[in-house]
Design a binder for this molecule. Structure first.
Ligand code: SF4
Length: 241
């Protein structure tokens, strides 16, 4: 269920550069072409913050809390439920979330957004918006269902008062018109920050040009104003987990 628990620096999105404890869950029903999660092994709990050395633990709430407390540093910003897709295990996550909040931790959910019915109240949420080119030969109706669920998830979290933002991975062949439409749909929900993330090259896939990134940011700004941000996967450049 949980592959690894570790303390590191958030490498992407609105809270890039903040210190986090990450709980990385194993499964995800999607199959994005740039995903590198399935190759990661089960490691357990990091022995000390930032050591990148792990010991196996039982995946029960008590052990997980003990691990989180051991990895808590004075600069800690939040505990992130990430994956994989953490909402595959939403009952476990919901219970853990409520214990962590009672202990004074800020909680953060990173999700692909396809499970609006499984949400619970975290402090912050980063919800992916997938593009058709993120998949190999995806059926139109299936893609539409994924997209509608992502919007529903963002809207539901927004109405719950969660600090929610959207994240999109941009590829070389991303169509600017599709991103414009997404920006328009987000603007109809409310004040939602859109984080654009140029693909980190993987599996022979190419990142977008800087011209395309500038253009996409400007076009999104027509709907979202200055609620547009670009972040690279900083942790990969730093060589941290
Ligand atoms: S949603 Fe995330 S974890 Fe799931 S396949 Fe896509 S990149 Fe991988």
């Amino acid at each position: 269920m949980i592959k690894e628990i570790f303390n590191s620096i958030m490498g992407e999105g609105k809270y890039i550069g903040r210190r986090f404890i990450f709980l990385r869950f194993d499964k995800c029903p999607l199959n994005c072409i740039y995903c590198d999660e399935s190759k990661k092994e089960y490691k357990g709990c990091e022995i000390s913050p930032g050591s990148e050395k792990f010991k196996k633990i039982d995946n029960n709430i008590k052990e997980v809390i003990r691990c989180i407390e051991n990895l808590t540093t004075p600069d800690l910003f939040a505990v992130s439920f990430t994956g994989g897709e953490p909402l595959v295990y939403y009952e476990f996550c919901r219970e853990l979330n409520s214990i962590l909040k009672n202990k004074g931790y800020r909680t953060f959910l990173e999700s692909n957004g396809i499970y609006p019915e499984k949400l619970f109240k975290v402090d912050i949420a980063s919800i992916d918006i997938k593009l058709k080119e993120h998949f190999i030969n995806i059926d139109d109706n299936l893609y539409k269902m994924i997209y509608n669920n992502e919007l529903k998830t963002i809207e539901k979290l927004y109405k719950m008062g969660v600090d929610v933002y959207a994240k999109i991975v941009i590829l070389k062949n991303t169509d600017i018109n599709n991103i414009k439409k997404i920006a328009q749909d987000l603007s109809e929900i409310g004040e939602i920050l859109l984080c654009l993330q140029p693909l980190t090259p993987i599996n022979n896939l190419q990142p977008p040009s800087k011209e395309l990134l500038f253009k996409i940011m400007e076009e999104c700004g027509k709907y979202l104003g200055d609620n547009v941000m670009l972040t690279i996967q900083m942790h990969k450049y730093l060589g941290v987990l």
